[in-house]
Design a protein around this ligand. Structure first.
Ligand code: GLN
Length: 480
């Protein structure tokens, strides 16, 4: 029998269809793997009981019987929803997020809630109120964040796919740190209904998987119009994003290497070499390579910081002890609010609420928030111009490979981790993190492909052709 732990969705589908294994047996294997490995990995906050998982989804469909896990900021009906925060301890969702409902309709099984940074704020999964997640390639290192849990679960062979969210890099960066394929869809392409908001104008639900094909398959289930429930959802019809995946690049493809990102100060030389080799491979397959510049790169990260904090401060105002989760009793209402919020939110979340309220406050809003929105316009304009010349861009996902747990203590330094991911978030365009090699010390390296609005199909096609020729994704961490 195949190595089920690291089998792809496509392979598991075949085994299920040929009745070599049943959905119940498959689920059992994966749940047991969580029992065995998750105490050291910390990828899940909860694994559900088997019967309730089996009964929760359609019996047929492209994902029938295939287990996965969702980041604990995405609502699952009848399940706890904590956002890895103490403030939501005890809160149970009464409905499914649209992405969850659509996967269940396609037969997919959600076997638990994945760990993450509190309210998706962070780049290392060290801000979870419950526990750290660890990188299976080196347990002393972070898996990236904020979707550390969903990424670790896929990388260590605990599930073949997972849902994360990416506001400023939280799918792409952990995918790069753990050797997964990670998709950031176009803003609005996947409904945000049922996703607990961090920065509403930037939040996107994205997919982790081991292969590009699997990623396209899961994305095909969740993408598309949901305007009745999410007014920012795009009126795009669902389609099958796997149909062009034949291992070949599109004819006459032009790729733009973002030189001032790839050759920026502070990018690890091993990452530069790996991406240069990837570019050579794409060239060999017939792509035309151009060098382009993204002049607003540095400012984009600052704009992201301001916009995301401002939106976080407003979105998190609703957690006041009245309607959701934790309540700390006090004689006076005002005190109840502040005691609850003080107890319930962790340091990073509190810091962001403070900064967010500051940049929105009278006298400062024009200086900070309004300027950040202007920079956002410039970033969008820069990308639009680049995409007149090239079909997709290539740049690093991160300046360094996975770093040690506890080694980054300044929040400014942590924010700089996102320097290559936040500009894309601010532009609202789609991107993918694709495995493209390893450092000498066996840490994964990711390459970022970025495309214009709604270019997911081309991203998948390009990443697939590259993946089929290089097979980096077939490498797994030892011991799992
Ligand atoms: N690290 C970034 C932040 O903390 C991105 C997080 C995310 O994408 N959710 O804001």
């Amino acid at each position: 029998m195949k190595n089920i732990a690291f089998a792809t969705i496509k392979e598991l589908r075949e085994m299920l269809d040929k009745k070599e294994i049943s959905a119940a047996e498959l689920l059992d294997i994966f749940i047991k793997r969580f029992d065995q490995f998750d105490p050291e990995l910390g990828s899940a906050l909860e694994i559900f009981d088997k019967e309730s998982v089996l009964g929760s989804a359609a019996k047929s469909g492209p994902l029938a019987g295939i287990p996965g896990i969702a980041k604990d900021v995405i609502a699952q009906k009848g399940r706890a929803l904590t956002c890895a925060s103490k403030i939501l301890r005890g809160f149970v969702s009464t409905f499914d997020a649209t992405a969850v409902a659509r996967i269940k309709e396609a037969g997919g099984l959600f076997l638990g809630r994945a760990n993450c940074d509190e309210f998706a704020m962070g780049s290392s999964n060290e801000n979870s109120a419950y526990k750290n997640a660890h990188n299976p390639w080196d347990l002393s290192r972070v898996p990236g964040g904020s979707s550390g849990g969903p990424s670790v679960a896929v990388a260590a062979g605990l599930v073949p796919w997972s849902l994360g969210t990416d506001t400023g890099g939280s799918v792409r960066q952990p995918a790069a740190f753990c050797n997964n394929v990670g998709l950031l869809p176009t803003y609005g392409h996947v409904s945000r209904y049922g996703l607990v908001a961090y920065g509403s104008s930037l939040d996107k639900i994205g997919v982790f998987s081991r292969t590009v094909y699997d990623n396209a398959l899961v994305f095909s289930q969740i993408a598309g119009n949901d305007q009745l429930k999410d007014s920012s959802s795009l009126p795009v019809n669902p389609k099958d994003y796997t149909s062009l995946l034949n291992g070949k690049l599109r004819k006459d493809l032009v790729l733009g290497v973002v030189s001032n990102a790839l050759y920026a100060d502070g990018v690890d030389p091993e990452i530069v070499v790996a991406i240069e080799q990837a570019i050579e491979e794409l060239k060999r397959q017939g792509a035309r390579i151009k060098h382009v510049e993204l002049p607003v790169l540095l400012y984009a990260n600052s704009a992201y910081t301001i916009i995301s904090r401002a939106e976080a401060a407003s979105n998190l105002a609703k957690f006041d002890g009245v309607r959701y989760g934790l309540r700390d009793q006090a004689a006076v209402l005002e005190q109840m609010y502040s005691k609850t919020r003080h107890k319930g939110f962790g340091d990073e979340v509190r810091r962001r609420i403070l900064v967010g309220n500051y940049v929105l406050s009278a006298g400062h809003a024009a200086e900070f928030y309004a300027n950040a929105k202007k920079v956002q316009n410039m970033v969008q304009h820069d990308f639009a111009k680049i995409f007149e010349e090239v079909d997709l861009c290539i740049m690093p996902v991160t300046p360094t490979p996975a770093f040690k747990i506890g080694c980054i203590t300044s929040s400014l330094e942590m924010d700089l981790q996102d320097i290559f991911t936040t500009p894309i978030s601010v532009a609202g365009v789609p991107a993918m993190s694709v495995p493209c090699g390893f450092t000498k010390s066996k840490l994964p390296i990711g390459m970022q492909l970025v495309g214009p609005h709604l270019s997911e199909e081309l991203l998948f096609q390009t990443a697939h052709a590259y993946e089929q020729a290089t097979l980096w994704h077939t490498m797994h961490p030892q011991g799992y």
